[in-house]
Write a protein that binds this ligand. Structure first.
Ligand code: ZN
Length: 289
């Protein structure tokens, strides 16, 4: 059973959820909306003085939950694999500079080689950057992606594969981000979540919903409660492992990016509570809208 939430303290929003906003707008508006958890996508850190960013986060009482994203390790080209390592090392620096304890890894895949080969290169890549991650105090979360992305975005497509890799690497600094959008369909999900938690590898929990029908496989994610994912049930399984971290809302949506972002954020809050069993907040926020 998922716990009943009675406030916004365990809510985090990914900056890409409100893509039209820059970092400052995200920080100001999330904070004004009573949301103090933030996962920062690296696009909003471009051309940004990281000290200023950290100061701004502090001024608004924001807690950085993670940085998205590192990864994209595999390639048939050696040079590209090297570029990826350098980029991940830079990502670790960025994470440390803004006070993020975690980097989410979209591990990557190269359609010109087998998935097994890509997974080997993912493991090599993680092992290469691990010493710097440890030194910086930044953990790494492997995020298994839905199999529809196996050709180009990730060769790790089930929680079982992610569990296996994290267990092989066997480091306190390497774990997993469980995202309902990528994993909801898996008949063995409950067991794999249990296994993930038991081994101390459940680092993060991402939520959104799967629209039926889905009109775009990247940018048509739904608001919690609008699709077919039983988020409450999955969240219950996650919490049963002892996970007490944030519910991170990560929605890529051309539809919602085209709307007023402040109103969208309020709508998002309402949907969060609706699906996360939040008692009176539903009524209170629902009445305001
Ligand atoms: Zn995610």
């Amino acid at each position: 059973m998922a716990t009943k939430l009675t406030d916004f303290s365990k809510l985090c929003v990914h900056t890409l959820t409100t893509k039209p906003w820059n970092l400052k707008q995200c920080i100001e508006n999330y904070s004004a909306a009573g949301i103090h958890g933030i996962t920062i996508w690296r696009n909003v850190l471009e051309n940004q003085n990281l000290k200023d960013a950290k100061q701004l986060l502090n001024d608004f009482g924001m807690k950085v939950v993670s940085i998205a994203r590192g990864g994209f390790f595999p390639s048939v080209e050696k040079e590209k694999r090297k570029v990826a390592i350098d980029d991940n090392l830079f990502c670790i620096e960025q994470a440390a500079a803004v006070g993020s304890p975690l980097i989410v890894l979209v591990c990557g895949a190269d359609g010109r080689q087998s998935l097994e080969k890509s997974r080997e290169q993912i493991k090599e890549g993680i092992l290469k950057i691990l010493p710097q991650a440890k030194a910086a105090g930044v953990k790494l979360a492997i995020e298994p992606l839905h199999p529809m992305y196996a050709g180009d975005r990730s060769a790790i497509n089930t929680l079982a594969q992610a569990n296996q890799m994290a267990e092989e690497i066997n480091s306190d600094f390497v774990g997993i981000a469980v995202d309902v959008y990528h994993l909801w369909w898996d008949y063995n999900l409950q067991n794999e979540i249990k296994r993930c938690g038991k081994n101390g590898n459940l680092f993060a929990f991402h939520v959104c919903d799967w629209n039926v029908p889905t009109i775009d496989f990247l940018n048509d994610r739904g608001l919690m409660g609008d699709g077919c994912i039983n988020i409450k049930q999955i969240r219950g399984w996650v919490e049963e492992t002892g996970f007490s971290g944030y519910n991170e809302v990560e929605i890529f949506s051309d539809k919602y990016w085209a709307t007023d972002q402040k109103m969208y954020l309020e709508k998002l809050k309402m949907h969060t509570w609706k699906i996360l069993d939040a008692g009176y907040w539903i009524l209170e926020i629902g009445e305001k809208l």
